[in-house]
Design a protein around this ligand. Structure first.
Ligand code: F6R
Length: 241
């Protein structure tokens, strides 16, 4: 496990962006899984700027989202799909046919999970997955006690996670109660993982996930077992490391 600690947010965003850029330079048709949330906002901004300056070319890159809220329209501004559209796709030269999403309103939940599992397999697996970490150690929408063997699945969102995501929906009653997410096994099957965390509020859980025991109660603790993972932190999140 490689742990990188950066002095400030600018360096943090830049270090995360360089991981993606280096991958694309080495493999222009890389398959990249995308998280949403507060943490990677700066990363997507930097990637947009670098693409504009032609320092990176996304034209062959294949992307897919890590997770999505369930029971909302795809054009709901709080959806992961809209987040990625506004913060990432609108600023880079990805091709629409190379971008994949989880359906936020599938007729058949089980079929949607199977479709996404199959999609990941058909793409030849994910070269790099961008991850954040929840205050309770969740990865994607895999809340504590999600089985480590889980693939794409539907999951209830904890009260704490819903509260943390009020910013994207405006009020708590609008935050969906369920999500659909790559499971822990799907995450561990990715060739490389990049987990990002910034801010003091993440310091405890980052320490617990990286140094405490590996348990389903702390989903991110599984990262200790992955053989190619980079953790990028700012100084605040790295406070107990
Ligand atoms: C979002 C996701 C979540 C977030 C996590 C941290 O796609 O998968 O696991 O990464 O909740 O969220 P922020 O970055 O808002 O603290």
């Amino acid at each position: 496990m490689k742990i990188v600690v950066k002095d400030d947010r600018q360096q943090f965003d830049h270090a995360a962006a360089l991981e993606i850029v280096h991958l694309i330079h080495a493999k222009p048709h890389a398959v990249i899984g995308l998280a949403t949330g507060n943490t990677p906002k700066g990363l997507y901004k930097v990637l947009g700027e670098m693409c504009k300056k032609k320092e990176v070319d996304f034209s062959e890159v294949i992307t897919l989202n890590l997770d999505e809220y369930l029971g909302i329209d795809p054009d709901n501004p709080g959806s992961c799909r809209c987040y990625l559209q506004e913060r990432f796709y609108d600023h880079v030269n990805t091709k629409q046919e190379n971008t994949y999403y989880l359906n936020s309103h599938p007729h058949d939940y089980e079929k949607e999970c199977k479709r996404y599992d199959q999609l990941i397999e058909d793409l030849g697996g994910i070269d790099l997955l961008i991850l954040g970490i929840g205050h309770n150690g969740h990865l994607g929408f895999n809340e504590p006690s999600t089985p480590f063997g889980s693939t794409v699945h539907v999951c209830p969102l904890t009260d704490r996670t819903r509260t943390a995501n009020i910013w994207s929906f405006g009020s708590k009653d609008k935050v969906p109660t369920e999500g659909i997410t790559m499971g822990i096994k799907s995450i561990m099957n990715c060739k490389k993982l990049m987990m990002l965390a910034n801010g003091e509020a993440k310091a405890d859980i980052v320490h617990k996930a990286l140094y405490d025991k590996i348990t389903e109660k702390t989903p991110a603790s599984i990262l200790q077992l992955h053989n190619d993972v980079v953790i990028i932190l700012d100084e605040d999140a790295a406070r107990f490391i």
